[in-house]
Design a protein around this ligand. Structure first.
Ligand code: G3D
Ligand code: MG
Length: 263
């Protein structure tokens, strides 16, 4: 998890063989990937299959983000070392979502883009602060060098192994509540989550959502009413292949009614 453009997708892509390119597109929703690895802990080897969800970092998509984090056993929190706002957002926005919805599961920090860091001491101090405050490990990395990618995911796996027997505590309101996003983002978020709920859940649904947003030419950062209408129609077309027509039609009308209230 982490803000938009901090390097989440680049980091995951370095680790897994990712066949779907989204070079020209922000990650929409949550992209799910799998990776098999073996962890050595003490003298024992543990074969692990990691399911990694690359979650949309854009503010305003709480529904999609919350669906993405449910069931997580650990979270990799990614920030951009050249943007102080990006690690502050981990504290203010992302960690509270995790604590509230999943509980105190293991966290690992990844400070990305160290190749661009102007002040290495400051960069190390920020990571040290986060590690100490959240009792977590952290790594600095860069796509240029590729170093610390394996170590980061290795640490995630180890943290999960160690936490398996421990009860998870949830925190109801860890920080002040987050303000509602712009109305159009809220509706976009609602349409995405609604479609996925009726289309096999996040894993299946989001692949379709991603394709249809792309087809409609809608940027999730700046959706317009016209663009959203195209998305709603495209999603209806997809639903026609698996749902009765009356359901497809009522879904479409419901989504359009959400948009009607928009300015
Ligand atoms: P996100 O998934 O968190 O939104 P991306 O972020 O992985 O899409 O990365 C956003 C941009 O940051 C990309 O630039 C990517 O190449 C760049 N980036 C990611 N990691 C590093 C890094 O370690 N160092 C540097 N210098 N850049 C990095 P573009 O221009 O492709 O959008
Ligand atoms: Mg991304």
């Amino acid at each position: 998890m982490g803000e938009g453009a901090v390097g989440k997708t680049s980091l995951v892509r370095r680790f897994v063989l990712d066949l779907f390119s989204d070079d020209y597109l922000m990650t929409i929703g949550a992209k799910v990937m799998k990776k098999e690895l073996t962890l050595r802990d003490g003298g024992t080897l543990f074969p692990i299959t990691m399911t990694i969800r690359d979650i949309l970092g854009q503010k305003g998509y709480a529904g999609v983000q919350e669906a993405g984090v449910k069931g997580a056993q650990a979270v990799l929190l990614v920030y951009d070392v050249t943007q102080d706002d990006s690690w502050r957002a981990l504290e203010e926005y992302w960690i509270p979502i995790v604590w509230r919805l999943v509980g105190k599961i293991p966290l690992v920090f990844a400070g990305n883009k160290v190749d661009l860091a102007p002040d290495k001491t400051y960069t190390k101090d920020v990571l040290g602060y986060l590690e100490q405050k959240y009792e977590a490990r952290g790594f600095l990395r860069s796509t240029k060098t590729g170093e610390n990618v394996e170590a980061t995911f290795d640490q995630l796996g180890r943290a999960v192994l160690r936490s398996l027997d421990e009860p998870v505590t949830r925190i109801a309101q860890p920080t002040p509540p987050v303000k509602a996003p712009s109305p159009i983002l809220a509706v976009t978020d609602k349409i995405m989550t609604d479609f996925c709920a009726g289309f096999g859940g996040l894993e299946t649904g989001m692949n379709v959502v991603r394709q249809q947003f792309e087809k409609a030419g809608v940027d999730v950062r700046t959706p317009t009413k016209e663009g959203l209408l195209r998305v709603v129609d495209l999603l209806s077309e997809i639903e026609k292949s698996v749902k009765p027509l009356d359901v497809v039609s009522s879904n479409r009308l419901k989504r359009i009614s959400w948009m009607k209230a928009l300015p």
